[in-house]
Write a protein that binds this ligand. Structure first.
Ligand code: ZN
Length: 321
């Protein structure tokens, strides 16, 4: 059976029940006073009559707290708050975003879900926030291998392409770490690729005992042998060497593979990405990569994981634009 045919994807009451089960494992949590499992459902409540709905619309998922006597729904305090879109459409959108390898554009979502482009745009950026994983433990613990690489994408705001330049100084820059044991990535948007910028980020995210793999770029020179990390291996890409001739473990091919998915997605789906949004796209691709089928996560479970990320990830229009 298709996940999209599940009742909570179409029925608003079922959508509320689904999200409540997901976020309130111990019973409803009152967002006003914080009390758990001391609220009762309010059924049959309708919104005020309007020209469009003379009888008012049914209010789904409404609860009343026994302690503070205030009303709430599970949308409160999550990315679903302040959005007038039905919850079941949110669930469809989350599923579409987590299950398509290269992502889904706001334009496509606008057509598929029959919502305005502006709503679709806002929706995709909020869902992307849910995929951000700030609490990733250090990569390369226990001496594991971490591949490090950078990529150029789009256009750096305010920087003109220099004549005859072959580098990427006029493009936006992203750094990606890939733990070869856990097969997880973490991508970070950076302003430049200097040693002063990159090394502190590596130190913040990679365990000291790690075995770090890079290319020959000079900002990565002298970071092994206990100076920054226990060990450092590199290959000489400019000389056409992608795997060390003596040690096949030394390469950054796995992270290059991640970049090829990212680039195909960004090219085909997200054509004009502003720098202020790039970190959310990066999080989206990390999320799908880290929770991919090869890591034992299917489309359904990936949707559930994104859903768990909805709490405390509100994004207002002001931040978004
Ligand atoms: Zn309360």
């Amino acid at each position: 059976m298709s996940v999209l045919s599940a009742k909570y994807m179409h029925d608003e009451a079922a959508a509320f029940a689904h999200v409540e089960a997901m976020l309130w494992a111990d019973g409803p949590v009152c967002p006003h006073c914080g009390v758990v499992d001391s609220a009762y459902p309010l059924t049959g409540v309708r919104t005020k009559p309007s020209a469009k709905n003379p009888e008012g619309k049914e209010r789904h998922g409404l609860w009343k707290c026994r302690e503070c006597r205030k009303q709430f729904t599970v949308r409160k305090g999550t990315i679903f708050e302040e959005s007038h879109l039905p919850l079941h459409l949110w669930l469809q959108a989350i599923h579409l975003m987590v299950s398509s390898k290269k992502g889904i554009s706001s334009h496509q979502l606008h057509r598929v879900l029959g919502i305005t482009y502006k709503s679709a745009w806002f929706l995709t950026h909020r869902i992307r926030e849910c995929m951000r994983d700030g609490a990733l433990a250090g990569f390369g613990g226990n001496g594991g291998i971490v591949e490090v690489d950078e990529t150029f994408i789009g256009k750096e705001p305010g920087v003109k392409k220099a004549k005859n330049s072959r580098g990427g100084s006029h493009k936006m820059k992203m750094l990606t770490l890939l733990d070869r044991d856990t097969k997880r990535t973490k991508s970070i948007v950076v302003d430049d690729l200097t040693k002063a910028t990159l090394i502190p980020i590596l130190q913040e995210n990679i365990a000291r005992e790690a075995y770090v793999m890079t290319d020959e770029a000079k900002q990565y020179q002298n970071i092994g042998a206990g100076k920054v990390f226990d060990a450092h291996g590199w290959t000489n890409h400019s000389a056409g060497q992608y795997v060390d001739y003596d040690d096949a473990e030394i390469h950054t091919n796995t992270v290059e593979g991640f970049y090829s998915i990212f680039k195909r997605g960004m090219k085909g789906v997200y054509q004009h990405c502003g720098k202020q949004h790039l970190h959310r796209y990066a999080a989206e691709f990390d999320f799908r990569y880290n929770n991919r089928v090869a890591n034992g996560v299917d489309d359904f479970e990936r949707g559930q994981m994104a859903l768990r990320g909805v709490v405390g990830k509100r994004l207002t229009y002001r931040q978004a634009y």
